[in-house]
Design a binder for this molecule. Structure first.
Ligand code: GLA
Length: 384
């Protein structure tokens, strides 16, 4: 991937810092990071890059180059506030992080930033968390402030809450920051501890982007969180994390059906994370595949965050067949569009990818963007 050079092309000078942040897929543990759950994301080999230098006049200048965000913009030091206009909303990821460091007493200098990379935006692969994290690393490098991966993730999550208006959990920001090459990350979203779980070397990750743009800010994501809280209150439980699924079943007849299904997703998804990690550790591909399949069905029917294009890709994935090297497929991330993640044997990856594209095209009359990827290290910055 092209990590540098865009700044020089644009400004005719070398930048003083380059920050590189990967995207992520989530293998399992969907919509339970904001419920204190355990989740299992992977930082992937698609990155967002910011090349930057401090300005002398205190202004911020942001130049996105084929990054899937908006247009170049210049912002005064006193103009760091949330943007509501659609075409300006992408700025919230940068401005929210600047505001976060200022709020901690750091004097953030104005800086010029060229934003580029090969991580697609709006594909459910955490381009927003990558943009926040890269911005945070630029600020830390320019100011000498240092934060732990967890502190940085929390600051970026706050930017997403306060500026972008999305009440997200902590998974994306932690995955982008804490990625480990060759490993999935078992994140405990209650205490923010992380355990690396090695992925089998003969498996690769195949991502397929439906092209259906999700907008988590549009209210459905927030609604799911509220429904989960209402379900917990009804059940008189503090958390779904250790809740016995039998208690949810026992309440079925008394509970609003939507709340019951949200609760059933939360408790069964938590169980699937543990079952999946056990199977991953023992190399039980069949159980891994079953967890991914059941996880998708639960997101589709109980949590209702899937869509026809995601369901089509998942069905196409399983139709390829375990005997041909397919392990499992599910939607990944917040849903309502975005991408699917598949685990596939390395030697079958290219034909699997072609199969997904063809099946999708025969159903929806256009080809999805697909790519093969692996687990990589988390975000880093380099002072030049
Ligand atoms: C989005 C959010 C995450 C998480 C996922 C669903 O990606 O940013 O915090 O809730 O959706 O698992």
């Amino acid at each position: 991937m092209n990590r540098g050079g865009e700044y020089e092309k644009h400004f005719g000078a070398v930048p003083s810092v380059i920050a590189v942040a990967p995207g992520r897929v989530n293998l399992i543990g969907e919509h339970i990071d904001y419920l204190d759950g355990w989740v299992l994301p992977v930082a992937i080999d698609r990155h967002l890059v910011i090349e930057a230098s401090a300005t002398e006049d205190g202004f911020f200048e942001f130049v996105p180059v084929r990054a899937g965000f908006g247009e170049k913009v210049r912002i005064g030091p006193d103009e760091v506030f949330p943007r509501a206009e659609k075409r300006e909303r992408w700025l919230n990821y940068l401005l929210g992080v600047i505001a976060g460091y200022r709020g901690e007493g750091i004097e953030v200098p104005g800086f010029r930033a060229v934003i580029h990379g090969d991580l697609p935006a709006g594909a459910g692969l955490s381009a927003s968390a990558a943009l926040e994290t890269a911005t945070a690393l630029v600020i830390e490098t320019l100011t000498g402030a240092t934060r732990s991966v967890c502190e940085r993730a929390l600051l970026c999550q706050k930017a997403e809450h306060d500026y972008a208006g999305v009440p997200c959990g902590i998974m994306d920001q932690l995955a982008v920051g804490a990625g480990r090459a060759g490993c999935a990350l078992l994140l405990d979203c209650r205490d923010l501890s992380t355990r690396s779980v090695p992925l089998p070397e003969d498996l690769v990750i195949v991502v397929a982007d439906t092209g259906v743009k999700h907008a988590l800010g549009d209210g459905e994501y927030r609604l799911r969180r509220e429904q989960c809280e209402a379900a917990l209150a009804f059940l008189g439980a503090a958390s779904f994390r250790d809740l016995d699924p039998a208690l949810v079943e026992a309440a079925r007849g008394r509970m609003d059906d939507t709340l019951y299904r949200r609760a059933r997703h939360a408790v069964t998804e938590q169980q699937r994370v543990h079952a999946f990690v056990g199977a991953l550790t023992s190399g039980d591909l069949e159980t891994m595949g079953r967890c991914l399949r059941e996880g998708h069905a639960s997101l589709r029917h109980d949590f209702e965050v899937s869509c026809a294009e995601l369901d089509g890709l998942v069905e196409a994935g399983y139709a390829f067949g375990a005997e041909n090297g397919h392990v499992g497929t599910r939607m990944t991330g917040g849903g309502f569009g975005g991408s699917t993640v598949s685990l596939v044997r390395r030697e079958a990856a290219e034909s699997f990818r072609a199969h997904l594209e063809e099946s999708f095209a025969s159903q929806f009359d256009r080809r999805p963007a697909t790519f093969i990827t692996e687990a990589v290290e988390g975000a880093k910055a380099l002072l030049l």
